[in-house]
Design a protein around this ligand. Structure first.
Ligand SMILES: [Zn+2]
Length: 136
């Protein structure tokens, strides 16, 4: 039989925990998710989204859920994914590490004025043809 090892106010929290358990081969199930999506305002009144595991895994699951969630498992929706293996649009060659374009004094000026860092152009230089490409 299934036992509830944790409850969450929102389905995505339950799914992060479910992923934690499945990563260590504990079968996990999210209960009440459908009901919560239909009537999420009442989720707390109903006890939230329940995370359930087979009874024999319960003690192990509770131990796993005590561990902090590793940052790598959380989608970085605010900044977007970092490009890992971009290729040069000119020759298809390998691109080097992204770096900040522009001269150093300009960069300091931007920082001093408190402008957001994302406004500074990030570029990557091709290791084959040497042309620079704006980093995505
Ligand atoms: Zn190139």
């Amino acid at each position: 039989m299934l036992v509830t090892v944790a409850t969450y106010s929102f389905p995505h929290e339950a799914h992060i925990a479910k992923g934690q358990l499945e990563a260590v081969d504990i079968p996990a199930f999210v209960a009440d998710e459908h009901t919560i999506n239909m009537q999420w305002l009442y989720s707390n009144a109903m006890g939230g989204v329940r995370l359930q595991v087979p009874e024999e895994f319960a003690a192990q699951a509770i131990e796993v859920l005590k561990e902090p969630v590793e940052m790598e498992h959380i989608p970085d929706s605010e900044f977007g994914p970092e490009p890992e293996s971009a290729v040069c649009p000119h020759c298809g060659g390998e691109l080097g590490e992204p770096y900040m374009a522009g001269r150093y004094p300009a960069l300091v000026g931007l920082l001093f004025l408190g402008l957001p860092l994302w406004r500074i152009k990030k570029v990557q230089k091709c290791l084959s043809c040497g042309k620079t490409t704006k980093a995505v």
